[in-house]
Design a protein around this ligand. Structure first.
Ligand code: HDD
Length: 701
C-alpha cells in the first residue's frame, strides 16, 4: 500500500480531488480567443432568434457533434492502465530483444476488454477477455495482443468475419447485446467444430473472470524468437497473475451486469488507486525450431490448440506492474491501437494462418477507427524512441517535417536516414528470420488441424468437479436461450464427442435425449494446472464489507485498520450514509450495495432488526436460539447472496450472528463463523486467500 489518501476507502473522492481540470486563465475558443460568456447564444434581443455569426456556438456544437469515433468492431468495451515491465534477463540466451536484457525496465500500457459487446456493454458478460500489452521499448513498440484464453475459435483469419457476425447481436433486432447465448452463435460453432475447444473455455469459469487482475494472458499463437547468433526458437507467451486466476459465479456476473456494469473497469482503477498494483509475470514456453512447428503431436501453427504446462513448462522472463490509471479514457484507452505485427528485433511471426491474417486487419481497422494513417502519432501510440519513417502527410499529420528529400536513395539530404547495421555476428535482421518456404498455392486445411475435440475433452476432464458443474450449467443456460432445436441438438452432439457425462447433463437440462458419440477421440493426459480450485493466493485489494448498524460497531476503525494492514480494502456498509460514531465514513449503504462488491462479509455488532427496515419482512428463523431472529431484509439478502456465492461470512459477536439466522443459513456451515476480534484478521485472510469456500457446495457430478 503506497498511495496516501485523504479518503482511504473512497477512491472516488480521491479521484475528484486530484483532477486538475482546465488550467489556462480564461475559457477560450479553439483558436485561443478569450470568451466572456459560454452560457448564452448570440441572439437578436433577449428573446429573438440566434445569429449565424455566433462562431463560439457553431464551433462548440460542431466539436461536440464529432466527439465519438467508431467503436472497435470487436473488443469495443475495455479498460486500460499504465505500468512497467522489468526483464529478469534470462531470456537473453534465446532472444536478442533489447527489452529482455537483464533488469531492463520498459514502460507499458495494457488494455483489457471483452470481445462481443458494444462500448457501453457490461463488463461481466460471459466472453473471452482481451489482454493487449504495448511495450514502449528502445527498439520500437512491441505489442503482445493476446486473450485470457490460450486457444481461438478459428484456424484461419478468413473465418474471423464469420465468427464475429455469429456472436454479435442478431442483425434484424440487434439483440442480444454482449452475449453468446443465442441461435446464431451456437449455429456457427456447432457447424464449425474447430470452435469447440474455445467455446468450452468460454463456458468454463474462465469466461467470467473475477477481475482483470486475476486473469492469465496468452499470446495464443506460436511466435519465433531470434537468439544470439541468429538461432531461432518457437515460443508461446503467457502472463501469470500474482493474485492467481479467479472467477465470478454466474449469479455474481448477472447481478453485476445490472448493479455495476463497470465492475471490472472499476475494480482495476480502484485497486491501482488504493496502491494494490496488479502484477503479472511474463513467461514463455520454448520449443525447438526444427522446421516441423510441431511439439509432441501438437501442431504449433494451429491456434485452436494449446500446449499443457505439464508437457512444456512456462519459463518466467520478467514482471509487469500496472501502477497508473489513465488520466483520460478517450485519449488513452480508446485511442490506443495495438497490432500483432508491431514487433521488435528478436521477435518474429510464424506461419499460423490466423496470425498472418491479423497482420492485415489491425492496420486496416485503424484507418476507419482513428481516421487516417497517422494514428502512430497519437501520444498513447507513439514509440518512445525516435521515429524516422519517411512517411508524409495524410489526415491528422502532427509532425512538421523538415527537409526536401523524404525518399531513398537521396543525395539532397546527404543520403539520410541510413539503414541500421546488423549487430555483431548477426547474419540477417533479427526482425526477419530467413525462413525457407515453398509449396503449391492452395486453399485447404492441413490434416494436423483436423482434431477439434481432444483438447476440449482434456480441458474439461482436468477441472475439479465443481468447475465441471459450472460448465454444465453454462451450456444449459446458453443453449436454453437458443430457440432452434436443431441447433441445440447439433451442439449437444458436439458435447457428446467431448464427454458423455457433460452431454447427458446438458441434454437433460434441455429436455433432449443424451446422444452417443460418433467419433473416436483421443484421451490426452490431463493437465491439473488448468484448474482454479485449490491453493492460496495474495489477498491484495480484495474488498471486505464490514456490515454495521448505526451508530456503528464500537471498534469499526480498528477493524478496518487490521483488514487494510493485510492488504485488503475494508468498506463500511451501514443503513444510511454519513459517519459511524467513531468517525468512519460510510462507504456503502444497504440501499446501494449488493454482494457482488465484496469478497467476504464481516458482520459487526448489533444490526438493525427487520422492524427498522420500513419494509415488511418474511424471514426464516435459523439455528442459534437466544439471538435475534430477524434482520433488515437488505442485510438478509446480502448475507444470502454471499452465502450462495461461497463467500466467507464472519460474525464478530452473537448479536451479528442474528443476521445469519435471519437469512436461514444452516449452522456450522464452512466459512460462516463466529470469530473474536483478535482472530478475525487471520481467519479472514486465510479464507479470502482461497478465493471461495469451495467446501460449501460439494459438486453434483
Ligand atoms: Fe483481434 C482487436 C485479440 C484474432 C481482428 N483483438 C483485438 C483486441 C485483442 C485481440 C485483445 C483488442 C485490442 C485493444 O484493446 O485495442 N484477436 C485477438 C486474439 C486473436 C485475434 C488473441 C487470436 C488469437 N483479431 C483476430 C483475427 C482478426 C482480428 C483473426 C482478423 C482477421 N482484432 C481484430 C481487429 C481489432 C481486434 C478488427 C478490433 C480493434 C482493433 O483490432 O484495433 O482488427
Amino acid at each position: 500500500m503506497t498511495t496516501e489518501s485523504a479518503h482511504p476507502t473512497n477512491p472516488e473522492a480521491d479521484r475528484r480531488d486530484k483532477a486538475p481540470g482546465q488550467t489556462s486563465k480564461h475559457l477560450t475558443t479553439s483558436q485561443g480567443s478569450p470568451l466572456t460568456d459560454t452560457d448564452h447564444s448570440l441572439k437578436v434581443g433577449e428573446r429573438g432568434p440566434i445569429l449565424l455569426q455566433d462562431h463560439h456556438l457553431r464551433e462548440k456544437i460542431m466539436h461536440f457533434d464529432h466527439e465519438r469515433i467508431p467503436e472497435r468492431v470487436v473488443h469495443a468495451r475495455g479498460a486500460g492502465a499504465h505500468g512497467k515491465f522489468v526483464s529478469y534477463g534470462n531470456a537473453a540466451d534465446f532472444c536478442v530483444a533489447d527489452f529482455l536484457k537483464p533488469n531492463k525496465q520498459t514502460d507499458v500500457f495494457v488494455r483489457f476488454s471483452t470481445v462481443a459487446g458494444s462500448r457501453g456493454s457490461m463488463d461481466t458478460a460471459r466472453d473471452t477477455r482481451g489482454f493487449a500489452t504495448k511495450f514502449y521499448t528502445e527498439e520500437g513498440v512491441f505489442d503482445l495482443v493476446g486473450n485470457n484464453i490460450p486457444v481461438f475459435f478459428i484456424q484461419d483469419g478468413i473465418k474471423f468475419p464469420d465468427i464475429v457476425h455469429a456472436v454479435k447481436p442478431e442483425p434484424d433486432r440487434e439483440i442480444p447485446q454482449a452475449q453468446s447465448a443465442h441461435d446464431t452463435f451456437w449455429d456457427f460453432v456447432s457447424l464449425h467444430t474447430p470452435a469447440q475447444a474455445h467455446t468450452m473455455w468460454n463456458m468454463s469459469d474462465r469466461g467470467i473472470p473475477r477481475s482483470y487482475r486475476m486473469m492469465e494472458g496468452f499470446g495464443v499463437h506460436t511466435f519465433r524468437m531470434i537468439g544470439p547468433g541468429g538461432k531461432a526458437s518457437l515460443v508461446k507467451f503467457h502472463w501469470k497473475p500474482k493474485l492467481g486466476v479467479h472467477s465470478l459465479t454466474w449469479e455474481e456476473a448477472q447481478l453485476a451486469a445490472g448493479a455495476d456494469p463497470d465492475f471490472h473497469r472499476r475494480d482495476l482503477a480502484d485497486a491501482i488507486d488504493a496502491g494494490a498494483y496488479p502484477e503479472w509475470e511474463l513467461g514463455v514456453q520454448l520449443f525447438e525450431d526444427d522446421g516441423t512447428a510441431t511439439f509432441q503431436g501438437i501442431d504449433l501453427l494451429d491456434p485452436t490448440k494449446f500446449v499443457p504446462e505439464e508437457l512444456c513448462p512456462v519459463q518466467l522472463i520478467g514482471k509487469m506492474v500496472l501502477d497508473r490509471n489513465p488520466s483520460n479514457y478517450f485519449a488513452e484507452t480508446e485511442q490506443v491501437a495495438f497490432h500483432p505485427g508491431h514487433l521488435v528485433p528478436g521477435i518474429d511471426i510464424t506461419d499460423d494462418p490466423l496470425l498472418q491474417a491479423r497482420l492485415f486487419s489491425y492496420l486496416d481497422t485503424q484507418l476507419t477507427r482513428l481516421g487516417g494513417p497517422n494514428f502512430a502519432q497519437i501520444p498513447i501510440n507513439s514509440p518512445k524512441n525516435p521515429v524516422n519513417d519517411m512517411f508524409r502527410d495524410g489526415y491528422h499529420q502532427h509532425n512538421i517535417h523538415e527537409g526536401i528529400a523524404p525518399y531513398k536513395p537521396n543525395s539532397l539530404d546527404g543520403g539520410c536516414p541510413f539503414m541500421a547495421e546488423l549487430a555483431n555476428g548477426q547474419e540477417f535482421p533479427a526482425l526477419e528470420y530467413p525462413q525457407e518456404t515453398a509449396g503449391t498455392k492452395q486453399r485447404s486445411e492441413p490434416v494436423s488441424f483436423s482434431d477439434h475435440y481432444s483438447q476440449a475433452r482434456l480441458f474439461y476432464r482436468s477441472l475439479s468437479a465443481q468447475e465441471r458443474d459450472h460448465i454444465k450449467q453454462a451450456y444449459s443456460f446458453e443453449l436454453g436461450k437458443c430457440a432452434d432445436n436443431t441447433i441445440r441438438e447439433r451442439q449437444v452432439q458436439c458435447l457428446a464427442e467431448i464427454d458423455a457425462d457433460l452431454a447427458a447433463a446438458v441434454a437433460s437440462a434441455l429436455g433432449l435425449p443424451a446422444p452417443a458419440p460418433q467419433q473416436d477421440i483421443d484421451d490426452l493426459p490431463l493437465s491439473p494446472a488448468l484448474s482454479q480450485v485449490g491453493g492460496t493466493w495474495p489477498v491484495d485489494g480484495r474488498q471486505i464489507g464490514i456490515v454495521v448498524g448505526l451508530p456503528g460497531y464500537p471498534q469499526d476503525k480498528e477493524l478496518a485498520e487490521v483488514i487494510r494492514a493485510k492488504g485488503m480494502t475494508p468498506l463500511i456498509v451501514a443503513p444510511h450514509g454519513g459517519k459511524t460514531e467513531s468517525g468512519m465514513e460510510v462507504d456503502r449503504t444497504y440501499f446501494t450495495t449488493r454482494s457482488i462488491e465484496f469478497d467476504a462479509l464481516v458482520l459487526a455488532g448489533a444490526l438493525p432488526p427487520a422492524a427498522d427496515a420500513q419494509v415488511p419482512l418474511d424471514t426464516k428463523a435459523g439455528a442459534g436460539v437466544g439471538v435475534p431472529q430477524s434482520a433488515d431484509p437488505r442485510v438478509v439478502l446480502l448475507v444470502q447472496e454471499a452465502y450462495r456465492q461461497s463467500k466467507p461470512i464472519l460474525c464478530l459477536d452473537e448479536a451479528a450472528y442474528g443476521a445469519v439466522n435471519a437469512a436461514g443459513l444452516p449452522s456450522g456451515d464452512p466459512g460462516v463463523e463466529l470469530v473474536d476480534a483478535d482472530s478475525l484478521p487471520g481467519v479472514l485472510e486465510d479464507l479470502v486467500s482461497r478465493h471461495r469456500v469451495w467446501g460449501r457446495f460439494p459438486a453434483e457430478g
